[in-house]
Design a protein around this ligand. Structure first.
Ligand SMILES: *Cc1c(COP(=O)(O)O)cnc(C)c1O
Length: 235
């Protein structure tokens, strides 16, 4: 973040030009979604690696769901813009979505502000979230690419993790997945698998699809898409 993105730098100014630009891009995203489904699909605006002014503009443009990948950055933006784990939405403060790889030692600082944890992929992490944020709403992240180190649990192991999250008192809202690099079409089998697993497990939410592959994800059943560059520009 630039120094102007520092929460200690004073009141956040909302740039009307940037706000209008994001609003127009949001219309384009909504049109892309409508071309694929009549279902309601929630868009999380991913503001990672952009200064807090960009998140403020996204909020002003109507996005209440904001996504971040890095704990410190999310905590700093939440300090500046408000929002808490139980933020009601509506016209209120932002709902913060944690969508990055998560180390257990970051959970404590995130707990007061994260509304939905997208990247629960191991039992030790579920334990820590349940400890620091009892009853939190989570998604279990599936590894759709089979690439070690990129996050997510092997799909075959996901049902047990969902069960374990529930035993710890977490509310499992659904599953999350990241498509594979390359042409969007390559992500279709993984998205399809995620959708059918969510169905089998009785889970409502399917968080999948980003700027480049949202059509495929929505066609395969996404209920939440996470869109960064197509809304707020390149990082
Ligand atoms: C960065 C990121 C996004 C947004 O990606 P864009 O291609 O900029 O839309 C979505 N999900 C995750 C997990 C990300 O890391």
């Amino acid at each position: 973040m630039s120094s102007s993105g520092d929460a200690s730098a004073g009141p956040i100014t909302v740039d009307p030009v940037l706000t209008e630009q994001i609003r127009l891009r949001a219309e384009a995203i909504a049109a892309r979604v409508r071309d694929c489904t009549d279902r309601e699909v929630r868009t999380v605006c991913v503001t990672k690696a952009h200064p807090v002014e960009v998140a403020a503009a996204a909020l002003a443009a109507g996005f209440l769901d904001l996504g971040e990948n890095y704990a410190q950055e999310l905590v700093a933006k939440a300090a500046a813009l408000g929002g808490g784990a139980a933020a009601p939405g509506g016209a209120g403060p932002p709902r913060w979505h944690f969508i990055g790889r998560l180390q257990s030692n970051k959970v404590r600082s995130l707990a007061p502000v994260v509304s939905l944890w997208h990247t629960v992929d191991r039992d030790s992490l579920a334990t820590e979230i349940a400890h620091r944020a009892p009853g939190a709403r989570v998604l279990v992240q599936l590894d759709l690419a089979g690439v070690a180190g990129r996050g997510g649990i092997a799909p075959t192991d996901a049902p047990a993790l969902v069960e374990s999250c529930r035993e710890r008192g977490l509310i499992v809202e659904g599953l999350m997945g990241v498509g594979v690099p390359g042409p969007a079409e390559l992500s279709r089998p993984g998205f399809r698998l995620l959708n059918s697993m969510a169905e089998d497990l009785g889970l409502r939410e399917r968080s999948m699809g980003m700027s480049g592959d949202l059509e495929v994800a929505v066609a395969e059943g996404a209920t939440i898409i996470r869109v960064g560059s197509a809304l707020v520009g390149p990082r």
